[in-house]
Ligand binder design. Structure first.
Ligand SMILES: *[C@@H]1O[C@H](CO)[C@@H](O)[C@H](O)[C@H]1NC(C)=O
Ligand SMILES: *[C@@H]1O[C@H](CO)[C@@H](O)[C@H](O)[C@H]1NC(C)=O
Length: 308
């Protein structure tokens, strides 16, 4: 049986995109792992060129098998126009206040086509999560976007575009982590110079940000190394949070530390800008005595540049 795998290679702060369709050797997909198997092909979209027009700084697979892609908005024009002669008129844009290009697109895997979208405030190094109804809620960012939320709802008829909600965060945030919670809210953790967390949407009477001293404890002076922390919901409903080279188990309902884990051997940072990655491995045997395993990788030994 023929199988195809879509491989998207993106780089957070670089501006080259490789969007490739990997066609594994058809008789035996397992030969994918073997040297020499498979073939790379550039995807050709409905624009007639193998180019998404927008750099893939951020992307999210939606529940309708489409991928929403977005880049920072104030870097000048992108390589794809907004539809119907529309222009984005944003007096707060730092580079191009009237901009007729798109900084977000939707890629439809099934039809191999792209659709330009209109995102208004700067989503540069913002963060988000998919909500229970499948909408992507993307909060924070840079400049005029640092306290905003934008919502992108999956749809079949190409009618939906980004919706913008102003000043919904209590603090400006950048390089933050969002995680969906069992009650359908998101928890929004940290960011540059932000040793706090908050929730979205807010409950009536709970508009605050709450302190999380773990974030100031893991902040390396000038380098940070604890941004875009890795957050997972544990099977006991607490949050596993890994920042820099340390991890905690955190009870977000009561704002209490449950556990502090040992520092990662060697002490090298894993989170941004050292930019390793982390994954929650498959959880087996949910009935009693479950052990949960988190895998964490590092990218380089240790990087010492500031991330701005
Ligand atoms: C995108 O780049 C191509 C190739 O350089 C160019 O022909 C086209 O006009 C560009 N489109 C936009 C909207 O910038
Ligand atoms: C979980 O890990 C501990 C320590 O390694 C082990 O003693 C225990 O048997 C494990 N439990 C399960 C359910 O695998």
């Amino acid at each position: 049986m023929a199988t195809t795998t879509l491989l998207l290679i993106s780089s957070l702060l670089h501006h080259f995109i490789i969007l490739l369709l990997l066609l594994p050797y058809q008789q035996n997909p397992l030969t994918l792992a073997a040297a020499g198997g498979g073939e790379w092909k550039l995807l050709v979209s409905n624009t007639g060129v193998s180019n998404t027009g927008v750099s893939i700084m951020h992307m999210q697979l939606l529940n309708n098998d489409r991928i929403v892609i977005f880049d920072l908005t104030d870097f000048g024009p992108s390589n794809i126009s907004l539809p119907n002669g529309k222009c984005r008129n944003n007096p707060k844009d730092l580079t191009l206040k009237i901009d007729c290009t798109a900084h977000s697109i939707e890629y439809d895997v099934a039809s191999n086509s792209i659709r330009p979208l209109n995102v208004f405030t700067n989503v540069w190094c913002s963060s988000g999560a998919a909500m229970p109804d499948g909408s992507l809620v993307q909060t924070s960012g840079f400049n005029d976007g640092e306290r905003n939320a934008r919502v992108f709802k999956p749809c079949k008829d190409n009618s939906w575009d980004w919706q913008e909600f102003n000043t919904v965060l209590t603090q400006s945030r950048w390089y933050t982590t969002n995680h969906i919670l069992p009650d359908g809210r998101q928890i929004i953790i940290g960011g540059r110079g932000r040793f706090t967390y908050e929730f979205y949407p807010k409950r009536i009477g709970a508009y605050a940000s709450y302190n999380l001293p773990f974030l100031s404890q893991t902040n390396d002076p000038r380098i940070e190394n604890n941004l875009y922390s890795f957050v997972f919901l544990n099977v006991d409903d607490n949050l596993f949070i890994l920042a820099n080279n340390r991890a905690i188990l955190f009870d977000y309902v009561n704002g209490a530390m449950v556990k502090t884990y040992p520092t990662i051997p060697g002490g090298d940072p894993r989170s941004y800008p050292s930019s390793g990655s982390a994954v929650l491995l498959p959880v087996r045997n949910l009935q009693g005595g479950t052990n949960v395993t988190f895998g964490v990788w590092r990218s380089t030994k240790r990087i010492f540049h500031e991330c701005k």
